[in-house]
Design a protein around this ligand. Structure first.
Ligand SMILES: N[C@@H](CCC(=O)N[C@@H](CS)C(=O)NCC(=O)O)C(=O)O
Length: 210
């Protein structure tokens, strides 16, 4: 019963791997190198036609892509790990709300910040990168305001914390200087707490260093 996670270090695969580790699942990690553009090679496009990491092969062979779909699927597979607030309750609704917010309002901006040249023709890619960074920061400030602390949800640790920790740690996409100015103290503390969880600590170290 082994899951196979396709991803790269420091990428969105962190969130999937952290959830696998937190759930105590048996899994293998297959590197798809972003530096070598392996996500655009036919072997990986056969797994995820959109050429994006992460992708997860379930033990029964089915492929799941889209980081949020992977996280929710794993939360379903491991109910005893309590990776989401109880089903049917108000906290669960808010968990879906903020997971969807990060997946749809932040993640697409990361591609523009990281690869602005994909979106301009004879234009100023660097100006577009700055716009995308501003949008990511604006969205992170919303998540910061909604964060209860120490975890995002008052109901306790959940996959939202893993997802929020990842987005708040992508220094290249957000801008190191802005992060150093201390605009998101609750998310910074939350990321530190996620990085220190027993099951996640080695995963965090592999993806992000200290
Ligand atoms: N909507 C996708 C976005 C995934 C995504 O953008 N992944 C990045 C790595 S963090 C990627 O694969 N980038 C490679 C590229 O855009 O060529 C998800 O939530 O999984």
């Amino acid at each position: 019963m082994t899951y196979i996670l396709y991803g790269d270090k420091g990428s969105g695969a962190f969130s999937a791997e952290a959830v696998l580790a937190e759930a105590g699942a048996q899994y293998e990690f297959e590197i798809v190198s972003l530096d070598r553009n392996e996500q655009r090679e036919p072997a990986f496009l056969a797994i995820n036609p959109s050429g994006k990491l992460p992708a997860l092969r379930l033990p029964e062979g089915e492929i799941v892509t889209e980081s949020l779909a992977i996280l929710l699927t794993l939360a379903d597979h491991f109910p005893n790990a309590r990776l989401l607030p109880p089903q049917g309750g108000a906290a669960r609704t808010q968990a879906y709300r903020w997971l969807a917010f990060m997946a749809s309002e932040i993640y697409p901006m990361v591609e523009i910040s990281d690869y602005p040249e994909r979106f301009v023709t004879n234009g100023d890619a660097e100006a577009l990168r700055q716009k995308a960074r501003e949008r990511i920061r604006e969205r992170l400030l919303i998540v910061e305001r909604m964060c209860d602390g120490p975890w995002f949800m008052a109901s306790g640790f959940s996959i939202i914390d893993i997802y929020a920790a990842m987005f708040s740690r992508w220094r290249g996409s957000i801008g190191k200087d802005w992060l150093a100015e201390g605009h998101i103290p609750k998310l910074t503390a939350l990321a530190a707490a996620v990085s220190q969880r027993r099951a996640i600590a080695p995963v965090w170290a592999r993806h992000f260093g200290s």
